[in-house]
Design a protein around this ligand. Structure first.
Ligand code: HEM
Length: 366
């Protein structure tokens, strides 16, 4: 799409209508809040709202006259295009510590990201008081947006980590592929099924948080050199799907539904395959489904000469424990763990939408 609405009950950038509407490029930027008190924090959130409102709709930038530093970097030229930009703001549990007196208003299910057995969290790539997920049709739009936002919020928040991602176009059709070569995102819930699984509405959540959603971001390196030495048959049994078409191993087409009842011993789709562990498709696990919205990343080369690339795994849900943690716990010893290395990310709460031109991010919180 050329642009996404900024105002609404929910933020844009979470539930894009269909896979074709998901922007090709993304930037995830986590910040430490450095605002000196609650009033400064409110100012920060109002400023963020103003910048996001402008950047996502685009327009001409004001001319401040000769002598003054220009109001815009002009990276996108004199008129800023919307370019499908979404700016989605989330907050981490650390924002609710003693600094701003917000403890009582903390979303009921927001905690620090749990460390799972195969994780090696790097503090330089983990957590944050605030998280911006920005997605757009071109990477220069993201660079422009983060520079603009950082410039206007200096003194109130400081970049902690930042990573850029991209998605492939359909190759040759259907959902885009991850860097292990598999279509990724096929079995996502859609429409009202997705809405019912992601938007927070529980009675024990603070009223201001209704309409938000919990975000889990996991920076997962892929050991791609190692993966490229694995036979296609073994790769496919690890996922439970075909690499060429994305079809489940008991089907023919990408969107065929696997039938686990017909294969109770896992002779066709192994019991420890990624899709079967992630979603056993039982009545008891139906409310554990979540919405994945991931991107590939590429950070170049590590000091040993190995490719430093992987997966910015992002998912949205009503309840991190009921959804993400239950699934992740089942995945702890899946065969895929030998080929991936989670090293960063965090748990965040995506704020409810900014409703109109007088509303701002977190108005109900502050
Ligand atoms: C499905 C890749 C991590 C949850 C899939 C599929 C692929 C894939 C290729 C099949 C196609 C699809 O339905 O999208 C990966 C890779 C990962 C990773 C490469 C790490 C590097 C995770 C994590 C979780 C997760 C951390 C959650 C804790 C799921 C779910 C499904 C899925 C829920 C759909 C299962 C279904 O409904 O059939 N993943 N995944 N994945 N994955 Fe992952």
């Amino acid at each position: 799409a050329a642009s996404y609405p900024f105002h609404g009950a929910h933020q844009s950038g979470v539930l894009t209508p269909g896979p074709a509407d998901k922007q090709r490029f993304a930037c995830y930027a986590a910040f430490d809040a450095t605002a000196s008190g609650r009033a400064d924090l409110a100012d920060l959130l109002r400023t963020l709202t103003g910048r996001a409102r402008f950047l996502t709709s685009g327009g001409a930038v004001p001319d401040l006259g000769v002598g003054a530093p220009p109001s815009d970097s002009d990276i996108l030229g004199p008129v800023v295009p919307a370019d499908g930009l979404t700016v989605t703001l989330a907050v981490g549990s650390s924002l609710f510590d003693d600094r701003y007196g917000l403890g009582a208003a903390k979303p009921a299910r927001l905690t620090e990201m749990k460390v799972f057995p195969n994780d090696s969290p790097d503090p330089a790539w983990t957590h944050g008081d605030l998280l911006l997920q920005m997605c757009a049709n071109n990477p220069d739009t993201l660079h422009h947006a983060i520079r603009d936002i950082a410039k206007h919020t200096r003194g109130a928040m400081q970049l902690r980590w930042r990573i850029e991602g991209y998605n492939s176009p359909p190759r040759p059709s259907g959902t885009s592929r991850n860097l292990l070569g598999f279509k990724d995102g096929t079995a996502n819930p859609t429409g009202s099924t997705a809405s019912d699984l992601i938007w927070v509405d529980a009675a024990d959540e603070p009223a201001w948080a209704r309409g938000g959603t919990y975000a889990v971001v996991r920076l997962i390196r892929m050991l791609v050199e190692f993966w490229d030495r694995v036979s296609i048959n073994e790769q496919e049994t690890m996922f439970g799907r075909r690499r060429d078409s994305g079809a489940p191993l008991d089907g023919n087409n990408e969107f065929d539904t696997p039938d686990y009842q017909a294969d109770p011993k896992g002779q066709v789709i192994p019991l420890d395959s990624h899709i079967r562990l992630a979603n056993p498709r039982t009545h008891a696990t139906a409310d554990q489904r979540l919405l994945r919205r991931s991107y590939n990343y590429d950070l170049g080369v590590d000091t040993n000469g190995n490719m430093q690339s992987g997966h910015i795994f992002t998912c949205f849900q009503q309840d991190v424990h009921r959804q993400f943690e239950n699934i992740q716990t089942r995945l702890i010893n899946e065969p895929l763990v030998d080929y991936v290395q989670p090293f960063g990310g965090g748990y965040f709460f995506t704020l409810p939408g900014v409703r109109d031109s007088s509303d701002w991010y977190g108005k109900g919180l502050l």
